[in-house]
Design a protein around this ligand. Structure first.
Ligand code: NAD
Ligand code: IPM
Ligand code: MG
Length: 371
């Protein structure tokens, strides 16, 4: 198969981790006979510096012409004091809107080999396997009005608006039910219905859609409780669906069940065009440029791209198996290494994953499973 992949490397570790995903995709292409063409676009801080905007039109065009988009991460202290329209993160929100990436799928799957670095008891995290379905193009991030003003007494006032259309709630909750149908048939809808009107409508919509999926169990959970339950007993979750900002916060928390922010991939699915794949983490300025970032979240995001955008299930599984092999063999970047053991560098673990694909049989074991 021939596929065009738009690559937005972004800032900080975004560049280092996206390199890993590209190299792994190239290896998969060679091994399975696919032609992946990579076209690069600017986004975030780098785009501000060179083009004067966090999302140049050319980048949007490259993405729209692609079959899927791979993104590293944006942001960094250099741009933290910039006005809102010149923040790297603005570019990320704009590309999500421009490509209608309404559904952000964030799978949380723990690796048994990594339970040794968790402060949680092994039986709590072993076998955790759930998905956060985060609404991505609405809510507080996009509601209007938003901004500052000065009232008649000269006092500064600020407003952000949590706004949703019913149809925006319907499509994301529907997606969650569809996914639950193919999994363990449970949807946990997370909201703050004891306070927010938007959450009360969210609950209504969830109840309505659940009637179309009689075999899927629906439960409602308040977001503060959900934050606690994620740590107390994460195995209770199958599909968690929630609005934009709750999903952002809960997924960073959930990443620690897997050991690190550097382990959690994501897919941002479009309603009408190419989808985008990115790690859930940011540009990690504290470790950028040191060759120590964990590229696995981005490599697993590439696997999601193969599965969800290209229908390449075997290829996706081969990557997941290679990652598992490398971690199980004890090769770990600093964020997931045990105290006293020496970590491997970003470029080393990328090479090890590529080697696991080719030499150590991750591909051949997948091929024989499918034979
Ligand atoms: N999707 C994105 O592009 C995205 C996501 C989150 C944050 N950001 C931006 O990134 C910048 C930094 O934000 P932050 O520090 O709050 O969040 P962050 O996710 O960049 O980092 C949080 C912590 O996790 C660690 N970490 C993150 N990714 C890692 C990896 N791959 N390997 C090892 N450790 C990793 C970092 O070192 C840091 O200690 C900000 O400008 C923020 O807006 C961008
Ligand atoms: C950088 C920021 C706008 C972004 C978000 O909140 O969506 C990030 O935290 C993420 O999770 O992708
Ligand atoms: Mg986030």
């Amino acid at each position: 198969m021939k596929k065009n992949i738009a690559v937005l490397r972004g800032d900080g570790v975004g560049k280092e981790v996206s390199k890993g995903a590209i190299e792994v995709l190239k290896t998969i292409g060679q091994q399975f006979g696919h032609e992946f063409h990579f076209q690069y676009g600017l986004i975030g801080g780098e785009a501000i510096d060179t083009e004067g905007t966090p999302l140049p039109q050319e980048t949007v065009d490259v993405c729209k012409q692609s079959d899927a988009v791979l993104l590293g991460a944006v942001g960094g202290p250099k741009w933290d004091q910039n006005p809102a329209y010149l923040r790297p993160e603005k570019g990320l929100l704009q590309i999500r809107k421009a490509l209608n990436l309404f559904a952000n799928i964030r799978p949380v799957t723990t690796y048994n080999a990594l339970t040794d670095i968790s402060p949680l008891k092994q039986d709590i995290i072993e076998g955790v396997d759930f998905v956060i379905v985060r609404e991505l193009t609405g809510g507080l991030y996009f509601g209007k009005p938003s901004g500052r003003s000065v009232d008649e007494n000269g006092e500064e006032t600020v407003v952000d608006t949590l706004q949703y259309k019913r149809s925006e709630m319907e499509r994301i909750i529907y997606k969650a039910f569809e996914m639950a149908q193919t999994r363990r048939k449970k949807v946990t809808s997370v909201d703050k219905a004891n306070v927010l009107e938007s959450s009360r409508m969210w609950r209504e919509v969830a109840e309505g859609i659940s009637k179309e999926f009689p075999e899927v169990e629906l439960e409602h959970m308040l977001v503060d409780n959900a934050a606690m339950q994620l740590i107390r007993y994460p195995k209770q979750f199958d599909v968690v669906v929630t609005e934009n900002m709750f999903g952002d916060i809960l997924s960073d928390e959930a990443s620690m069940l897997t050991g690190s922010m550097g382990m959690l991939p994501s897919a941002s699915l479009s309603s009408d065009g190419p989808s985008l794949y990115e790690p859930i983490h940011g540009s990690a300025p504290d470790i950028a440029g040191k060759n120590i970032a964990n590229p696995i979240a981005t490599i697993l995001s590439a696997a999601m791209m193969l599965r969800l955008s290209f229908g390449m299930e075997k290829e996706a599984k081969a990557i997941e198996r290679a990652v598992d092999q490398v971690i199980s063999a004890g090769h770990r970047t600093a964020d997931i290494q045990r105290a006293g053991k020496s970590p491997v560098q970003t470029t080393e673990i990328i090479d090890q994953i590529k080697a696991a694909l080719i030499e150590d049989g991750a591909i051949s074991s997948i091929m024989s499973a499918y034979a």
